[in-house]
Design a protein around this ligand. Structure first.
Ligand code: FAD
Length: 403
């Protein structure tokens, strides 16, 4: 008899790791679970904003995946998925045999689409920095050391088509805090964003976020430019659509996000941006054996914006989606009752650090009208982020995802 194929999870970050551990909890040892990731370490991405300033070293915010999965009876494959054969129910791997599945959970996150804007990004001919992965954050550290010796204007922001607005606000406030520490007080600092107004966050605002952010920018002497689209990044400057040119000795721009190539390669797996359309069970709308969770899930913004701006898909939301998807996969295989959580019922808690202060955002609904949006600004947010990081690293490195 052919051995059972079981469940394959592609991607092992917030969504994939949570999904795999939940699958193991629901399904007995008789069901094989395999996790595939091109990276062999988990990275706590929210702390990457601290890496450029030497406030975190890689070993403080990463842990190896293979020992974790081995302890929980899950196979880990360190490799790149290059496509999906949905007829044969197999994940196609680069330089290795395809991996068959009974059910597939795709948790591949975003592709960082620097190539969508001329000169954007730290790779190739790129002119701007990024903190979206560990390598980029370490590059941004080297650039920061050069900047401190040879300072100039600073530009931080999120490009058109981006959705991770919180990260650029956090990085901006950390840069500003570090500039104060280094006595770099009179340099221009500009924030550019695809959001229709400051504090929109891709969510049409949270509570009184617009006035709070504007007040903060006034106090810190930061110029904020909403509805901004970048025409090109060149050495030492960023040109906006409309012609304004911003001098930039140090610039970190969160790029547009798209679905990853392996997903986009299949004609019916994703939409034109590479995002995967799912039901309230996080099951693909057409392919019943396929589930998705995390940033790779298609979410329509609550309202159109002048400049394309996506909905932020936070770590909290990614884990929530993964728990629901895992439970429904287990239900398909006879191991759990079914569960539905519509996308517009997902909530979010997000802690934005500002160096020595910050903002805690909580909304019971990311999409649509939240009944209880909360925004709490102050130094407690900085300490809350540090506490959250410690708690997250301590639990996830042991495979505890329910706490
Ligand atoms: C700078 C920054 C700061 C942030 N701060 C916060 C915060 O404070 N709070 C918060 O809640 N969220 C924050 N976020 C968002 C958070 O990081 C995401 O919500 C979260 O990472 C999404 O998890 P995911 O598993 O969907 O995708 P990802 O974390 O992107 O993981 C995708 C995984 O899939 C793997 N993968 C992709 N393609 C393939 C392939 N073809 N083959 C094999 N493996 C593949 C990748 O290696 C990766 O491990 C931040 C994001 C950034 C960029």
């Amino acid at each position: 008899m052919e051995p059972r194929r079981g469940v394959v999870v592609v991607g092992s970050s917030f969504a994939g790791l949570t999904g795999a551990m939940e699958l193991r909890r629901h399904l007995g040892p008789g069901t094989p679970i395999t996790v595939v990731d091109r990276r062999d370490h988990f990275t706590f991405i929210p702390s990457l904003i601290w890496v450029p300033f030497g406030l975190r070293e890689p070993e403080q915010i990463t842990f190896p995946l293979a020992p974790l999965y081995a302890r929980h009876g899950i196979d880990f494959v360190h490799g790149e998925a290059v496509g999906f054969d949905l007829e044969a129910r197999a994940v196609e791997m680069e330089g290795a045999a395809a991996i068959g599945y009974e059910r597939l959970l795709i948790a591949t996150g975003p592709r960082l689409a620097f190539d969508a804007i001329e000169g954007l990004g730290p790779e190739g001919a790129g002119r701007t920095l990024s903190v979206c992965n560990l390598d980029h954050a370490l590059d941004a550290r080297a650039a920061w050391q050069r900047f401190v010796e040879n300072p100039g204007p600073v530009v931080v922001g999120t490009a058109q088509g981006g959705s991770c607005f919180g990260a650029s606000y956090e990085f901006l406030l950390n840069v500003r805090h570090q500039m104060d520490r280094h006595g770099l007080v009179d340099l221009p600092v500009t924030f550019i964003t695809a959001e229709p107004f400051l504090g929109h966050f891709g969510l049409n605002g949270v509570g009184d976020s617009a006035s709070k952010i504007e007040g903060l920018f006034d106090r810190l002497g930061i110029e904020g430019i909403a509805n901004a689209a970048i025409a090109a990044a060149r050495p030492g400057e960023i040109e906006l659509v409309g012609g304004r040119v911003l001098p930039a000795a140090y610039s970190m721009i969160v790029p547009p996000f798209r679905g990853v190539e392996a997903v986009r390669a299949h004609p019916t797996l994703s939409d034109e941006s590479g995002w995967i359309p799912v039901t309230d069970e996080y099951r693909h709308v057409e392919h019943a054996d396929v589930y998705a969770a995390g940033v790779d899930v298609a979410i329509t913004p609550p309202a159109p914006t002048l400049i394309p701006a996506g909905v932020p898909k936070t770590g909290y939301m990614s884990e929530h989606m993964a728990k629901v998807a895992a439970q429904n996969i287990a239900a398909d295989l006879g191991g759990a009752p079914r569960r539905s959580v519509p996308l517009d019922e997902l909530g979010a808690v997000c802690v934005l650090d500002g160096g020595n202060t910050g903002v805690i955002l909580k909304t019971d609904r990311v999409l649509g009208d939240a009944e209880h949006p909360h925004l709490i600004a102050g130094p407690q947010a900085h300490w809350a982020k540090i506490a959250f990081e410690k708690y997250f690293m301590a639990t996830r490195r042991r495979g505890f995802v329910r706490v």
